[in-house]
Design a protein around this ligand. Structure first.
Ligand code: DC
Length: 219
């Protein structure tokens, strides 16, 4: 199967670009952040201390979590994140989950769990895999690798425009800088560009321009 790895910083447009690219190529878009977010959602729901690595490891052993793709009415494959058989939908897309996910994603037991899910899915689908360590750790032999980023100020501006409830720009900027730091400084699978990944700084690009640039590299 073909793997296209798209890693990058928070708010760099990885999600939008990966989704559009998947539709264009007829691939599935695997959002690995959604896996980490789903686990965080469960730990919070269970009242688990997010610093308690041992308890998190034990909880993962008993967890029934699966990722599936289902076709929507337009024929696009859509990722479903199933916790004990129930799709979590948009419950994982809150700022609280975003910030808490950076905490648990540093644990190696969590990364091992998420990596296994990603490897299993790659056995059956051509994928655009979006994440932080896809090109470096999970799929070092991916067919194509891209690393997306933009300045923190521009990423914060984009985020603030996306939010349904207005939030202070300075707070969003601070959260973005903190998440970058947490993702880049963790010991296990830190966020970094793979040596052989193509770097795209899309600070001054439209979505279409970034997409065209990526497609220009795909043979
Ligand atoms: O891409 P996202 O905002 O949905 O990711 C949420 C958090 O999950 C992010 O701050 C770090 C973590 N993450 C990770 O550690 N590794 C990945 N492959 C994807 C996400």
């Amino acid at each position: 199967m073909i793997i296209i790895a798209i890693d990058g910083t928070a708010g760099s447009g990885k999600g939008t670009i990966s989704e559009l690219l998947a539709r264009k190529l007829g691939f599935c878009h695997l959002d690995t952040g959604a896996v980490y977010r789903s686990l965080t959602y469960f730990f919070i729901e269970q009242g688990i201390d997010l610093e308690d690595e041992e308890l998190i490891r034990d909880t993962l052993d008993k967890l029934d979590f699966k990722v599936k793709f289902e076709k929507d009415e337009f024929g696009n494959q859509v990722q479903k994140n199933l916790l004990f058989g129930k799709d979590l939908g948009n419950k994982i897309r809150t700022e609280k989950i975003s910030i808490s996910t950076s905490k648990i994603s540093k644990f190696s037991c969590v990364r091992k769990f998420a990596n296994k899910i990603q490897h299993n899915i790659a056995l059956n689908y051509n994928l655009i895999v979006e994440g932080r360590d896809v090109g470096t750790v999970v799929f070092p032999n991916a067919d194509y690798k891209f690393f997306l980023t933009a300045s923190p100020e521009i990423r914060a501006k984009r985020r603030s425009e996306q939010l349904s409830q207005p939030q202070n720009y300075e707070t969003i900027l601070k959260d973005i800088i903190e998440r970058d730091e947490a993702d880049m400084k963790r010991k296990t699978s830190p966020l970094k560009k793979a040596d052989d990944a193509i770097l795209i700084d899309n600070s001054y690009q439209t979505v279409d321009e970034t997409l065209s640039e990526i497609i220009s590299y795909i043979k």
